[in-house]
Unconditional design. Structure first.
Length: 176
């Protein structure tokens, strides 16, 4: 089980980035997205994507981040630019346990650095939390997300040029 916890989501300012966090979490193999600020619009938009493109992932906003981290029974990882190197942590993470990944929107309160098992640096420079999540999940899953089947109403197929999007019908996939 892989859960992604978004801390500090500001509804008007962060809606696009938080949506991208959700999309990356879904595409790269997470099972659940938790957002500390209640935002039904993000939930609805994300569930609409899942309805069209498939994927079995839960989303819940308005959660108590501190409580989730304190009660977590598996491994907890905070993605930051101030932590241990990604390579060092990957060697230590027990992949048999559930994983909670914390990513901030605004400055993450200091207590979270103490509550998690690992603070993981995805480079020691300012960067996007979307990129950090993608890199971490790619390394954590050893790229297995690339072969995941989502079985949506719409499916995108590799194409050298142009778009190859097909709508699923009862009998076949129809190119749209």
């Amino acid at each position: 089980m892989i859960s992604v916890l978004r801390i500090g989501h500001r509804i008007e300012r962060d809606k696009r980035i938080t949506t991208h966090v959700c999309l990356v979490a879904r595409a790269f193999g997470a099972d659940e997205i938790l957002i500390d600020t209640k935002d039904e619009r993000i939930e609805d938009n994300f569930l609409s994507v899942c309805d069209r493109f498939g994927g079995d992932i839960n989303i819940k906003s308005g959660v108590n981040a501190r409580s989730i981290v304190k009660k977590w029974q598996g491994i907890s990882v905070h993605l930051t630019m101030y932590g241990e190197s990604l390579s060092d942590v990957m060697e230590k993470v027990d992949k048999k346990q559930d994983l909670l990944i914390l990513i901030g929107a605004e400055k993450v309160p200091a207590e979270f650095y103490e509550l998690v098992d690992y603070n993981v640096s995805i480079g020691n420079q300012p960067h996007s939390e979307v990129a950090a999540l993608a890199i971490f999940l790619d390394r954590y899953t050893h790229g297995s997300w690339q072969h995941k089947k989502f079985n949506g109403k719409m499916n995108i197929f590799p194409s050298k040029k142009g778009k190859d999007v097909r709508m699923r019908t009862k009998d076949e996939d129809v190119k749209i």
